[in-house]
Design a protein. Structure first.
Length: 139
């Protein structure tokens, strides 16, 4: 993928992500997927490093659940537009979590996304995957 196409992907996510989700976003290309890793707004909870880490992990889990439906919709739009899968992640206070493609939860929308990915992989879309590439830029 060339820099122009990568720039289009980064710009699309910059414009498409809802305001307030992240204070910064890193878009990375890894093999056949787009990884969107957002930094959540600072959290000043806990007095020990363990409490702070636990609070950050809890806030990331809450973000994942509260935004699941909208993230799946955005991922489906991006997958259709760019022909690449989308994986999400969030980081906060030194804790980073990447979410399974499609959310990995129990809703029907999650299952449709995962089944669609499985079918596309099974029927040749990924039969000749290109060599691994990784490009990253924070905006």
């Amino acid at each position: 993928m060339d820099e122009k196409e990568f720039g289009t992907i980064k710009g699309w996510f910059a414009g498409r992500l809802p305001d307030g989700w992240f204070k910064g976003v890193e878009v990375t290309l890894e093999d056949d997927q787009i990884v969107v890793l957002g930094t959540l707004p600072e959290l000043n909870v806990g007095s020990t490093p363990e409490e702070k880490e636990g609070a950050a992990a809890g806030r990331i889990a809450r973000f994942r659940e509260e935004t699941r439906g909208e993230r799946i919709g955005i991922a489906q739009e991006a997958e259709e537009r760019f022909k690449k899968y989308v994986t999400w992640g969030a980081k906060l206070n030194g804790v980073t979590k990447r979410f399974n493609p499609g959310g990995g939860g129990g809703s029907n929308a999650d299952r449709r996304v995962m089944i669609g990915r499985w079918l596309r992989r099974r029927h040749g879309r990924h039969a000749q995957a290109p060599a691994a590439q990784s490009q990253s830029q924070v905006f």
